[in-house]
Design a protein around this ligand. Structure first.
Ligand SMILES: [Zn+2]
Length: 431
């Protein structure tokens, strides 16, 4: 086994290929396509050239050497049930179970999982050489029966393929992409990278994107998107570019000038304030007199103090209820929303649909609704849940430090050439 594993490692390679995604369905009104990137650099470690003829299966065994039988663990089947079909002596089955316990509890064998029996093909003494149990998509056990019994646990070789995708949006719904051809994980990656610069609720006809990304494979089976390397997004007449950069403690997406694509919120919706009540799952209510959750932070300030939007966004509510008083709710992106309660009045022009920038005045401190004194009850939603924003750890929104700029620019230029080489579906091919 050790020889096989060594060769497996040496074959590790990164292959640049393309994801040619072509969807031409009028029903979905979306057109996507990809560009072939064959001919891009193929990085193979030199050692691989010394053993070019050997190909391995996903468990690291040389192909063609064995006769393989696949089985599926049946309901309530135990290790000894499974092994009993292979002409093994009870003493051998016991030995396997004991050896296995060091790396994996035989009781954790699950029905529905695969196992494989490897028989020697050109052997004067035919018999079971290896037994493989697949723990998951990525983990497996090898029982080596070729000499003394040895059980070992392994991870499958995961290779990354660099892929590309481009798309022009012919409907207004980003979610339509999710429903169609683009890998949902890629949509998730793009949404979080671009959350601060692209309003995914306001995707419109003609918005378009190009993306370079890495997908993980075991053999030729995809096990998910690893990460996005670079993205170009044309959104509502504006171009956004993002490049992944990783060095030392830095990992983020930066625009071509090294500005972080992520922005941070203001720590509070007021410039000067005193926190009069914190977020709590059980607070003694100042008016009702009983204990109930307080899912916001109260900032006390004099009547009429300007209230600021903590981040860029769109006003979704500017209305009155008997509890909230005058309140404003802002959607910042597909992840975050904020709400500001008990205002004396709204700032001019603040109504549903108004776009606001970080620091814009949206209203003034008051005590409308259920309030004992002038304050802002500030509420913060993350993925639809009210959370304590003072306890949230926001990743850095800092620009790239100067000392990394040369490395970044080199990487950015390399990625940009690749992005520029991609064409949107429907565009004429370059001459
Ligand atoms: Zn409050």
């Amino acid at each position: 086994m050790s020889v096989v594993i060594t060769m497996k490692r040496s074959l590790r390679s990164i292959i640049y290929i393309s994801a040619a995604i072509i969807v031409l369905t009028a029903a979905t009104a979306i057109l996507l396509s990809g560009r072939d990137m064959r001919g891009e650099p193929v990085a193979v470690k030199p050692v691989a050239r010394e053993i070019p003829e050997i190909t391995l299966d996903e468990f690291g065994f040389q192909k063609g050497l064995y006769h393989i039988e696949r089985g599926i663990v049946a309901a309530r089947q135990t290790l000894s049930h499974i092994l009993s079909r292979f002409d093994l002596r009870p003493v051998e089955i016991d030995r396997i179970a004991r050896e296995m316990t060091d790396v994996f509890s035989p009781r954790r064998i699950r029905s529905g999982n695969n196992y494989y029996a490897y028989y020697g093909r050109n052997d004067s003494l035919p018999g079971l050489k290896y037994f493989v149990y697949e723990i998951s998509d990525l983990d497996y056990l090898v029982v080596d029966l070729s000499d003394s019994i040895v059980v070992s646990r392994h991870e499958k070789e995961v290779t990354q393929q660099m892929k590309t995708a481009t798309g022009v949006i012919y409907s207004s719904l980003w979610n339509t992409l999710v429903d169609n051809e683009i890998h949902p994980q890629l949509v998730f990656h793009l949404s979080s990278i671009l959350a601060w610069t692209v309003d995914f609720y306001r995707i419109e006809k003609g918005d378009r994107f190009k993306v370079l990304f890495a997908e993980n494979y075991v053999g030729d089976r995809s096990v998910g998107v690893s990460h996005v390397d670079a993205v170009y997004f044309y959104h509502r007449g504006r171009e956004v570019e993002g490049y992944r950069f990783e060095a030392d403690t830095i990992l983020g997406y930066f625009d071509p000038e090294g500005n972080n694509l992520r922005k941070v919120f203001l720590r509070a919706p007021l410039e000067f304030f005193r926190i009069s009540s914190r977020y709590s799952q059980s607070r003694l209510h100042p008016i009702h007199g009983d204990r109930r959750p307080h899912l916001g932070t109260d900032y006390a300030a004099p009547h009429g103090t300007p209230i600021l939007a903590v981040g860029d966004g769109v006003v979704t509510r500017a209305s009155y209820t008997s509890g909230n008083g005058n309140y404003v709710r802002i959607r910042h992106n597909s992840v975050y929303e904020t709400q500001y309660l008990h205002m004396s009045r709204f700032a001019t022009g603040i109504r549903p649909g108004t776009r606001v920038s970080q620091g814009d005045v949206i209203g003034y401190v008051g005590s409308t609704g259920l309030a004992t004194g002038p304050h802002v009850c500030f509420r913060f939603w993350k993925n639809g849940q009210q959370v304590d924003h003072l306890r949230l750890e926001f990743p850095s929104g800092d620009p790239l430090p100067e000392e990394y700029m040369n490395d970044f620019i080199r990487l950015r230029n390399e990625m940009k050439v690749k992005l520029d080489g991609l064409h949107f579906p429907g565009d004429p091919m370059p001459v």
